[in-house]
Each structure stands twice: as structure tokens, then as C-alpha cells.
Design a protein around this ligand. Structure first.
Ligand SMILES: [Zn+2]
Length: 415
């Protein structure tokens, strides 16, 4: 996802931000009611008999206020409503002393670059309490622009060195592209955009037969700092944005959003059984890639996903979320991670009816995803049969049998 449309969401038209971009939930809901394309088809068929299932994202959105943690990074996410309220209050437009006081409540929710920028702003605000955030960024900009340019130009040098022995035509194209970008950087406000550069750069190597060199060069190009991961790049880029947009940007990447477990471009449905909460940053970084790729890049997801699911199970056990959602999302995550992310849902308490319906197959019984109750109920009857009266009765029967046999044998001998 691009940052600009995100910022525009807050600043240009006033829209609901409970979605990644514009909120189309009303349209989506009506689609779900009438379109087969939007209903859940894979995994467990939805019968609608055991529980009434709301096909929208609303049941998950209701939980946003409970400080859910991100599926991937594990950060405590911010309820989009809180960001809306902050924007509506207008405090972010005010002087930095006021704006930062409100932003500080969410410092622990922020990602590391945003935290760094927040801390810099807070420090500077002591010197300029009556300036707004944008004015402060513009004062400190030169200090942060210098190291950013040094890094950018250093990476350009590495790219040009790696291209030294390449086809002269390619080498010239790379040099021209880099020169063009350098001019943009030096023109002020550091208009360099990594995504744009990498795209143009890749085009130069489209026909290149040496894929190893091409990959190495693209890896180098991807090291160019961006506002996502570098405080210098953040400060330079956002120094031209209004204070309110900067304040919102510090929070928005920690905002709770809905992730499609099976990506939309792989026919992932707009259905609750395909939705899981994830922070805006992790959601936008994953894009339409498979969950297994996300896991490879973020192995911390193995534990973070379980923390989130345990929390959701807790809500399901309290009746605040569908239990079938837990069962289905566990399956879906497992499928999408090719079996790697096999989340434990044994803390989910389920009725006998659900247990029989969803946990009767040998496959599910063998996994750790079997709810507690069913495990207990499965093993208990066998143990009971062997105890007390039944065992006693069996013993007596055995004794009778033996006595009869002995009697028959004695009679035979007598005969
Ligand atoms: Zn995250």
C-alpha cells in the first residue's frame, strides 16, 4: 500500500479509516448478502445451523478496542476509531506541545521508526513548544538530510561499481537513471522514491541473461532507505506534509486492520473465515503474497500468531466471537502456511454438537487443535467402563465361567 493514499484518507476526503484504505464496508456487506463470489467456499462448508454467522468483518472490528496484538509483529494495535477521534479533535494541528501530549499515549504502539521520530519531536518540542510538528521537522531537516544523502549516494556508488563490467548500453542506462535520481535528491525535499527507482532499475535489466547479477543489483537497490525503516528518510519525506498528516502517520502503521489470510488475488474471499487482525504495516508489507512467504521473512510470527489466536479464543469462549470462526481460521492459516503455522486451539471450549461436526475426522483428532472438552469427552467413557461395578461384574462372570468349566470337566471325568 502506498503512503500517499493513506495520508489522503485522513486529510483530503473525510472517510472512515477502519479499513486499510477507503472504507467500502457497506458495499462489501451488500455484496456478501447477494454474491456467491464473496462467500466462503473452501475448508469447512458453512451450514449456518449451529451458529448464526455474520459474514462481514464486524465481529472482529468490535474487538479492536481490546488492544489486540498483530498477527505478524505482535505489536499492540491501535483501534482505528481512536485515530479518527484524535483527528476529529483537531489536536494534531495544534502546537507540538499539545499534539505530542496526545500522541504520547500511543508511543508503545508505534513501530520503531515512528517511535524514533516521536522521541526526536518530543526532544525538539522542549525548545519549540509553540511550533507545530511540521515546523519542527523543517527546522531539524538539514541535520537528518545529510546522513540520508550520504547513504543514498553510497548505495548508488555500489550499484555503479557492480555494473562496471556490464554491457556498455546497460551501464550507460544505469548511470543516467542514477544521475536523474541524484538531481531529484539534491533539488530539495529529497523527492527520491525507492519503489519508483527499483521499478525503473528492473526495467533496464529486463532482458539481462545473468539473473544472479540482476538479483544482486536489485538487492542493493532495495537497500536504499525509505520512510518505513529509516528515521532520516521519514523526517525528510514528511517535512512537507501538514502536521495532522504527520501525527496520523506516526500512528496509522500500528492501526488494527483486517488481513485476508488467503490473498484476494488468489481468490481469497471477503468473508470472516478469511479475515484475521493484523497491523497496517505488516498488512501493507505482505501485499498479496502468500502467508508462507510472510512467515519466512518474519519467523516471530509463529509465536505472535498464537498469542493473537489465544486472545481471540478467549473472546470466543466468552461468546464475543463465533467459535466456528476460530475453527475455520485455524484451518485456513494452516492451509495458507502449507502446514507450518499449525495454531493450537485446544483452549476453545466447544459444544458436543460442534465437536462431533468438526473434530470427528482422524486428521483433526490427531493434531493439537482439538478442543479440551472433546479430548476429555473422548477418553473419559473408556476409563469409566473399566471401573467399579462393571469390572466387578466382569470378574464375577469370569469366575462363574471358570466354575462351570471345572464342573463340566469333573462330570466328564466321572463319566
Ligand atoms: Zn504488525
Amino acid at each position: 500500500m502506498k503512503i500517499l493514499p493513506l495520508i489522503n484518507n485522513f486529510i483530503i476526503p473525510r472517510v472512515n479509516i477502519s479499513n486499510n484504505q477507503y472504507d467500502y464496508s457497506e458495499q462489501r456487506l451488500s455484496l456478501l448478502k447477494h454474491s456467491e463470489a464473496d462467500t466462503f467456499q473452501k475448508s469447512i462448508p458453512f451450514s449456518g445451523r449451529t451458529e448464526v454467522i455474520n459474514p462481514s468483518r464486524a465481529p472482529l472490528e468490535k474487538l479492536y478496542k481490546h488492544n489486540l496484538t498483530c498477527l505478524c509483529c505482535g505489536r499492540v494495535m491501535i483501534d482505528p476509531k481512536k485515530i479518527n477521534q484524535l483527528q476529529e479533535s483537531g489536536v494534531l494541528k495544534q502546537n507540538s506541545e499539545v499534539a505530542l501530549k496526545y500522541l504520547e499515549k500511543y508511543r508503545n504502539n508505534m513501530h520503531s521508526v515512528e517511535q524514533e521520530v516521536f522521541d526526536i519531536l518530543k526532544e525538539q518540542s522542549k525548545l519549540y513548544p509553540y511550533l507545530n510538528i511540521q515546523q519542527i521537522l523543517n527546522i531539524i531537516k538539514p541535520e537528518y538530510e545529510k546522513p540520508l544523502i550520504l547513504t543514498q549516494f553510497g548505495i548508488f556508488k555500489m550499484i555503479q561499481k557492480a555494473c562496471e563490467n556490464m554491457d556498455p548500453k546497460i551501464k550507460r542506462e544505469v548511470d543516467d537513471l542514477i544521475e536523474e535520481e541524484k538531481q531529484l535528491i539534491l533539488a530539495g525535499n529529497n523527492q527520491f522514491r525507492r519503489k519508483r527507482f527499483v521499478r525503473k532499475f528492473e526495467q533496464i535489466f529486463d532482458d539481462s541473461s545473468n539473473s544472479a547479477v540482476k538479483e544482486h543489483l536489485i538487492r542493493l537497490a532495495n537497500k536504499l532507505p525509505t520512510a518505513y525503516e529509516d528515521k532520516n528518510a521519514f523526517i525528510i519525506k514528511y517535512s512537507s506534509y501538514p502536521s495532522e498528516a504527520i501525527g496520523i502517520r506516526l500512528l496509522s502503521y500500528s492501526m488494527c486492520t483486517i488481513e485476508h489470510v488467503l490473498p484476494k488475488n488468489r481468490n481469497g474471499e471477503n468473508h470472516i473465515f478469511n479475515y484475521i487482525p493484523e497491523c497496517m504495516r505488516c498488512n501493507s508489507f505482505r501485499q498479496d503474497r502468500r502467508m508462507i512467504q510472510q512467515l519466512e521473512e518474519h519467523p516471530e510470527m509463529f509465536s505472535n500468531a498464537q498469542i493473537l489466536l489465544d486472545r481471540l479464543i478467549d473472546f470466543a469462549n466468552k461468546g464475543k466471537l463465533s467459535k466456528l470462526y476460530i475453527i475455520n481460521i485455524q484451518k485456513r492459516v494452516k492451509e495458507e502456511s502449507e502446514g507450518l503455522l499449525d495454531l493450537d486451539i485446544s483452549k476453545l471450549t466447544v459444544s458436543e454438537k460442534i465437536r462431533r461436526q468438526y473434530f470427528s475426522s482422524p486428521e483433526t483428532n490427531a493434531t493439537n487443535s482439538q478442543p479440551h472438552t472433546s479430548r476429555a469427552e473422548n477418553s473419559a467413557p473408556d476409563r469409566r467402563k473399566k471401573t467399579k461395578k462393571e469390572i466387578k461384574r466382569e470378574r464375577i462372570k469370569e469366575q462363574h465361567k471358570r466354575k462351570n468349566l471345572v464342573r463340566k470337566d469333573n462330570n466328564r471325568i466321572k463319566k
